[in-house]
Write a protein that binds this ligand. Structure first.
Ligand SMILES: NC(=O)c1ccc[n+]([C@@H]2O[C@H](COP(=O)([O-])OP(=O)(O)OC[C@H]3O[C@@H](n4cnc5c(N)ncnc54)[C@H](OP(=O)(O)O)[C@@H]3O)[C@@H](O)[C@H]2O)c1
Length: 340
């Protein structure tokens, strides 16, 4: 079979398409024939060992997201049909309940071998089924960013959703999923982005109000103005250094900041009384468990939800080019790579 590997050094020169034996599923595992995979910014960083020792060892098959057809079952696997489609969970060791430190060693695409190959084995218990209304390209985008966005929204008080106001930042994978899930869950959404063109697309996706964060760097104030001075119930914070204090300002008393990412950097100076005086709550979000993934898929099936894909779909041979396009930020929606 064909597979992509970061071979003997952590850089793009050593991200190579090669050959390997098709693996045999062990007890409790499925063999998937991969049909489509998709990219997260994490996958780009991983090629340069961007997660330090948590990146794992070389050689490494990159990517965490993808969809496969079940072609063989390991011993003890029941109730999963040959020929059905499954999504591997980003975290192969977190089934339900709270995240534990040891589970960080179980992430696909580093430190575990990922989805960028024609065949892969996954634990049956760490995979989920797929509603029929999603095609392969759509389904293959749901493993990491979507589960993260889902958990940013659902582990929160109902008031933050039904009728509440949610702020999303930019047009990356997590934020588009957060906008879509916030709308299917009945919230009003205020979305930020860097260009008029992207803001128009956010409006078309259902954003109730939009703010250009380049033209309005203190957009937290704008959120206050748009909410009669009260602030948003929930901010899905992906920006990090450049956005955190605006998010704090934009959040209402007793409101929540779901802290997901650090696109603009990790170090930030915070005026702590802004948090404790107004009882604001900061919740770290770390993707989600298999149970969270299943709950999200049930919601997707019930609502007919479809992810937003970038207009360009890459061929498997062009996966390295697709990954290197990520920092240019020209895409809108998930970048998909077809495997077959
Ligand atoms: N905690 C977790 O489990 C988890 C899971 C997945 C991802 N993440 C993290 O979440 C973050 C987003 O991931 P992603 O995959 O969605 O990234 P992505 O697809 O690469 O999107 C990045 C987006 O950030 C926006 N952005 C950049 N600077 C901004 C600013 N100053 N204000 C607001 N938006 C800004 C840009 O939006 P515009 O182009 O519209 O301006 C850009 O499209 C990353 O830090 C990633 O590591 C965390």
């Amino acid at each position: 079979m064909k597979q992509w590997q970061i071979t003997n050094e952590w850089n793009f020169d050593n991200l190579k398409l090669g050959k390997a034996e098709v693996p045999d599923p062990g007890p409790g595992e499925l063999l998937l024939r991969m049909k489509a995979v998709s990219l997260n910014y994490r996958d780009y960083l991983m090629v340069n060992r961007g997660y330090g020792r948590m990146s794992g060892e070389l050689p490494l098959v990159p990517l965490s997201d993808g969809v496969g057809e079940v072609v063989a079952l390991g011993d003890g696997v029941e109730n999963i049909a040959i020929g059905s489609r499954r999504l591997p969970c980003f975290n192969q060791g977190w089934f339900t309940g709270d995240l534990e430190d040891r589970m960080w060693a179980q992430l696909l695409g580093g430190p575990l071998d990922g989805t960028a190959r024609e065949y892969m084995c996954v634990k049956a218990a760490a995979s989920v089924s797929i509603p029929d209304h999603l095609n392969d390209e759509e389904a293959g985008t749901l493993c990491c960013a979507a589960v993260t966005a889902w958990n940013s929204l659902v582990n929160l008080p109902a008031t933050a959703l039904n009728g509440g106001t949610v702020v999303t930042q930019g047009t990356g994978g997590v934020s588009l999923f957060a906008l879509q899930f916030a709308k299917t869950r009945g919230a009003r959404v205020i979305a930020t982005s860097s260009s008029a063109e992207k803001l128009a697309r956010l409006s078309a996706l259902g954003a109730d109000e939009t703010i250009n964060y380049r033209e309005v760097p203190d957009w937290g104030k704008t959120v206050l103005a748009l909410t009669d001075g009260r602030g948003a119930d929930l901010v899905v914070e992906v920006g990090g250094a450049e956005t955190f204090n605006q998010s704090l300002r934009a959040t209402r008393a007793n409101g929540v900041i779901a802290l997901v990412g650090n696109v603009t950097g990790s170090l930030v100076e915070v005026n702590l009384p802004h948090i404790f005086m107004f009882r604001k709550r900061l919740i770290g979000i770390s993707t989600g468990s298999a149970a969270d993934f299943q709950a999200m898929m049930a919601h997707i099936e019930e609502t007919g939800f479809r992810p937003i894909l970038d207009k360009r779909v890459y061929q498997f041979n062009d996966l390295s080019e697709a990954l290197q396009s990520l920092p240019q930020g020209k895409h809108f929606g998930k970048i998909v790579v077809q495997v077959v």
